[in-house]
Design a protein around this ligand. Structure first.
Ligand SMILES: Cc1cc2nc3c(=O)[nH]c(=O)nc-3n(C[C@H](O)[C@H](O)[C@H](O)COP(=O)(O)OP(=O)(O)OC[C@H]3O[C@@H](n4cnc5c(N)ncnc54)[C@H](O)[C@@H]3O)c2cc1C
Length: 380
């Protein structure tokens, strides 16, 4: 087995780390406190090619594949999860256009996303439909050459900054098979009846925009259908098999940040006449964190490598996503513990890491849903 990265991937990692270290730390605390999405850093990241890395060359990206995209995500999250999330999730859902969109849709949206001219969101979750995505009730009714959309969406990343949103809607609500009722419909910002309300007060990744969306008789042309009518659920599952690998990379990144902060602190802080690093309990914690991070990275890298090489493995994806979330939360907890009271104050980065890490266990399928997928694969 060869676990080595290509020279190109190594260069990408170095460039991503340098960019993140140069741009994020100075403003991370401010963005976290004020819950601000920063257009400047996002624009720079687009100009340097980080955002469009996964978009194919034919559509203005660099087509470097999912593994490279995950490596960048890991580096960004290792420096600051909130900004990393804000910058790289601006194309969240572009895979759906790439995999299922028409040629016209791909040409219109993908290059603009890679360039940093557009931001998108992908809206699946609803107030009453979270883990059970097939129960989403937002409805799109065909009226001549248009769809008329009614409903609401919850917790949508980029909801109030996106130029357009891919909305998971029921187009065939009477279909007896609940997995054949949905389709993806693209709604542009400014459409009459479409409203986005920013959600404030998130626990973490506060530099990333999250909003509630409402659709009241929103009319869009039928050409805004992305993918096949009635195949939306199947397309969503295929999308999750890719996006969950990227989230697994987020977990590894933030666990690394926790390890870095913990290591720095225990080497510096003295108690009982010696550095905290001299106590074996802290040495064990550091050793356990580093080992878990390594294991989680191997899981997501294998999952991404397989996806890039046409061998997508949904059970491995679920394992990578669940495990990464678990170790992110554990490492953040241990890192804060090693900081004692200082870790409880937001002046210390470890407090933000502790708050940011939790999201990895929640979005793109909670840890329980990932375990259900793993078990289903093993028990069938
Ligand atoms: C910051 C943030 C950003 C987000 N971004 C987006 C976005 O861009 N687009 C989008 O569509 N959504 C987004 N989400 C929503 C996210 O994907 C959902 O919150 C998540 O899928 C869980 O759904 P829920 O919150 O409704 O929880 P629920 O589904 O109500 O789950 C609550 C608890 O019950 C458990 N549970 C549910 N069903 C089962 C079961 N069958 N077996 C065992 N346990 C179960 C869950 O694991 C969880 O612990 C975002 C959420 C947050 C917080």
């Amino acid at each position: 087995m060869d676990f080595s990265l290509t020279q190109e991937q190594k260069d990408v990692v170095t460039a991503a780390r340098e960019f993140a270290l140069g741009e994020f730390p100075e403003r991370a605390q401010e963005f976290d406190r004020e819950e601000t999405f920063d257009y400047q850093i996002w624009k720079k990241a687009c100009e340097l090619g980080f955002v469009g890395m996964y978009i194919k060359e034919d559509y203005g990206g660099s087509g470097m594949g999912l593994l490279s995209c995950c490596l960048v995500m890991e580096e960004f999250w290792a420096v600051d999860a909130g900004i990393g999330s804000a910058v790289l999730s601006t194309i969240f859902g572009a895979d759906i256009i790439d995999m299922y969109g028409t040629e016209e849709q791909k040409k219109k949206y993908l290059p603009a996303l890679a360039r940093g001219d557009l931001i998108m969101g992908t809206a699946i979750t609803e107030p009453d439909a979270g883990s059970d995505t097939a129960s989403a009730r937002t409805i799109a009714v065909r009226d001549g050459n248009e769809y008329v959309i009614n409903g609401s969406k919850m917790f949508i990343t980029n909801g109030s900054v996106a130029d357009f949103v891919l909305v998971f809607c029921q187009t065939d609500p009477e279909n007896p098979d609940r997995h054949k009722r949905h389709s993806w419909i693209l709604v542009e910002r400014g459409s009459q009846g479409f409203q986005a309300t920013k959600i404030r007060g998130k626990l973490g990744i506060r530099a990333s925009d999250t909003a509630e969306l409402s659709f009241s008789n929103v009319r869009v042309p039928v050409s805004n259908l992305v993918g096949e009518e009635g195949k939306g659920f199947k397309e969503l599952m295929a999308f999750f098999d890719l996006s969950r690998i990227v989230v697994a990379a987020q977990g590894v990144g933030i666990a690394r940040a926790a390890l870095e902060e913990a290591t720095r602190h225990v080497k510096k802080r003295q108690q009982f006449g010696m550095p905290l690093a001299a106590f074996q309990v802290n040495q064990f914690k550091i050793a356990e964190m580093a080992t878990k991070i390594r294991a989680a990275r191997n899981l997501y890298c294998e999952a991404a490598w397989k996806a890039d090489n046409g061998k997508l493995d949904p059970m491995l994806v679920a394992m990578a996503k669940w495990f990464s979330g678990q170790i992110a939360v554990e490492c953040a907890d241990e890192a804060l513990q090693m900081h004692g009271g200082y870790g409880y104050i937001d002046e210390y980065k470890v407090q933000r890491i502790y708050r940011d890490a939790k999201i990895v266990e929640i979005y793109e399928g909670t840890k329980e849903i990932e375990k259900l997928i793993i078990a289903r694969n093993l028990l069938r």
